[in-house]
Design a protein around this ligand. Structure first.
Ligand code: TMP
Ligand code: ASP
Length: 238
């Protein structure tokens, strides 16, 4: 079987079934558009375990995803999709590039979630775009965009509650969607959901439990991921 895609933190492999792929979680981590690089022992396993729990949970509560099953520590089987070149970012609390762009300090709860889009292009550094850009760039139709917004808000509601249950504040996160290879009229949630692409703050202490520990050199990066997994495992069993 051959690798058909290598990203910063994952690899995709073909399988015997043309509509199914194997997604491998790597130990590599990057930040700031790949400028900062590191490798963390066990990251692939931890992210796979966290993402698997979350995708199984989302499927159970009725969110269609690419997830099929966990294969082993660092691999899952997924339905093949054509990824939409639009990253969907949902923000519940000011942080990160929102705070940088606006000057609003980190940690302010928004009255309603903010949805933001970026063009998935490593070359251009994933620039911020809006619905009008997306329409004119032909990245997704107006109907598709309505679907992405609705799905992202639904996932947000589900995940806010899930993380709150385990003492974590879901500050923001990034989602990717794709069209099923077996039925391109269907758009499903793809990629992964892990501390690599979410900001999670401990509800009691405010401690950062996500990739900001790496971005901001806070140390104990994998301890935080391990803690997120332990809490989710105690809440939902695999
Ligand atoms: P930001 O504040 O840097 O824009 O990030 C918002 C959220 O999206 C944060 O939880 C991290 C996630 N994210 C990714 O997963 N990949 C990316 O390339 C970027 C820029 C953000
Ligand atoms: N994932 C992006 C990168 O690797 C940005 C980030 O998460 O900070 O550069």
């Amino acid at each position: 079987m051959q690798a058909i895609y290598e990203g910063k933190a994952k690899r995709l492999w073909t399988t015997e079934d043309p509509h199914t792929l194997r997604m491998e979680f790597k130990n590599d981590a990057t930040a700031f558009n790949g400028e900062k690089k590191a490798s963390f022992e066990d990251k692939g396993r931890l992210n796979n375990a966290i993402s698997t729990l979350i995708y199984q949970y989302l499927e159970e509560v009725g969110v269609p995803t690419h997830f099929v099953r966990k294969i082993d520590d660092t691999n899952v089987e997924v339905r093949k999709v054509e990824i939409l070149m639009v990253e969907v970012i949902v923000r519940n609390v000011s942080a990160g590039s929102f705070s940088k762009r606006t000057g609003m300090p980190e940690g302010k709860d928004f009255s309603q979630p903010i949805i933001e889009f970026s063009y998935k292009s490593d070359e251009l550094g994933d620039p911020l775009i809006n619905d009008d850009y997306i329409r004119e760039m032909g990245l997704a139709s107006v109907e598709d965009m309505a679907h992405l917004r609705k799905s992202a808000l639904k996932v947000n509601e589900i995940l806010i509650a899930l993380f709150a249950d385990v003492g974590l504040r879901l500050v923001d996160f990034k989602l990717e969607f794709g069209r099923l290879a077996s039925d391109p009229s269907k758009i499903v949630l793809a990629d992964e959901i892990s501390p690599d692409g979410c900001r999670l703050w401990d509800l009691k202490t405010g401690e950062k439990m996500d990739k900001d520990r790496f971005r901001r050199d806070l140390g104990n990066v994998m301890d935080a991921y391990r803690e997120v997994l332990a809490r989710l495992q105690a809440r939902i069993s695999e």
